[in-house]
Write a protein that binds this ligand. Structure first.
Ligand SMILES: [Zn+2]
Length: 144
């Protein structure tokens, strides 16, 4: 069952700032208030915001952040490699010594901000429990 959110009438929830929430999440802050920390470890979100109390435990970023990180990193690194290869002549080992570490560093550096932005997007769109109602997990029970 999908829940349609209509904005504007008195019974509907207030429209949330999508880009502001994604920016606050990108910076590792609570997408609601922007003050509290979003993570308690590298990629583990806090249970709830220490400042405003917004619950984060029901976020469902899942595989979207790694997918986006691979997509972004691949396009940047391959483009940089192709430009660099046109300008400088290096052998395969030299290229490997440059591009493999850069790929790993860029992927690790982007993972937390991208996951934060995804959580901010979910919060702004009232997804997965951010609207106050419990997320549907009935289908997950059969896998336990
Ligand atoms: Zn907060």
């Amino acid at each position: 069952m999908s829940v349609e959110i209509r904005y504007g009438d008195e019974a509907s929830p207030k429209k949330r700032d999508l880009w502001g929430a994604m920016k606050r999440g990108w910076l590792g802050r609570c997408p609601h208030c922007g003050e509290g920390r979003l993570y308690k470890s590298f990629l583990k979100p806090v249970h709830s915001c220490e400042c405003c109390g917004e619950e984060m435990h029901h976020q469902r970023a899942d595989d979207l952040p790694p997918y986006l990180v691979i997509f972004i990193t691949g396009h940047v690194i391959v483009a940089a490699f192709m430009i660099f290869e046109e300008l400088v002549i290096l052998n395969t080992w030299q290229h490997l010594a440059i591009w493999a570490p850069m790929t790993i560093v860029m992927a690790l550096a982007l993972m937390q901000p991208v996951k934060g932005a995804v959580i901010g997007m979910q919060w702004a769109n009232y997804m997965h429990g951010f609207g106050g109602e419990a997320d549907e997990v009935a289908d997950l029970d059969r896998y336990e």
